[in-house]
Design a protein around this ligand. Structure first.
Ligand SMILES: [Zn+2]
Length: 154
């Protein structure tokens, strides 16, 4: 999923729990679970891993995704009366952290994170492996609809 989707879901979980620690834990778990829904990024991952020439495009996708997510959660924080800023923040942190860990693993290949990387992609690829992926365009449209819905829950 896009980081904006993970971050917004984390924010809603923060709002629902009202507790920073629970927000963090459930935000983290929500990442793995929502990633199970096929969301069109298999091609991007393959571009990065196999087709070296298209690497730049995959990296650009991640950069655009990350900056949009930052802007979006800041806009939410500045336009809503967030009851617990701590729960909001830790929900978001838990929601996006798995992809940070996967990114650090991709860069360092450290053994400390190998198990986590494997677990992340166990969830991420669970249905994609069996049923195939969906086109990225539709997946992004669906995520915009989901984000539009989720932000009403804040
Ligand atoms: Zn992920």
């Amino acid at each position: 999923m896009t980081l904006t989707t993970h971050a917004t879901l984390g924010a809603v979980i923060g709002h629902a729990t009202g507790n920073p620690l629970l927000a963090f834990i459930f935000g983290f778990i929500s990442h793995l679970l929502i990633d199970m829904i096929p969301h069109g990024d298999t091609g991007i991952a393959d571009n990065y891993k196999i087709h070296k020439r298209r690497r730049k495009q995959a990296i650009a996708y991640v950069m655009v995704d990350a900056v949009i997510a930052i802007i979006f959660v800041l806009l939410l924080a500045n336009t809503r009366d967030i009851e617990s800023m701590r729960a909001y923040s830790f929900g978001i942190i838990g929601g996006v952290l798995p992809d940070l860990l996967v990114g650090i693993y991709e860069i360092t290949k450290t053994r400390l994170l190998r198990w986590f990387n494997t677990m992340h992609f166990f969830f991420h690829d669970y249905f994609v492996k069996r049923k195939g992926d969906v086109p990225l365009y539709y997946a992004i449209m669906a995520q915009i609809v989901l984000i539009a819905y989720l932000q009403t829950k804040l």
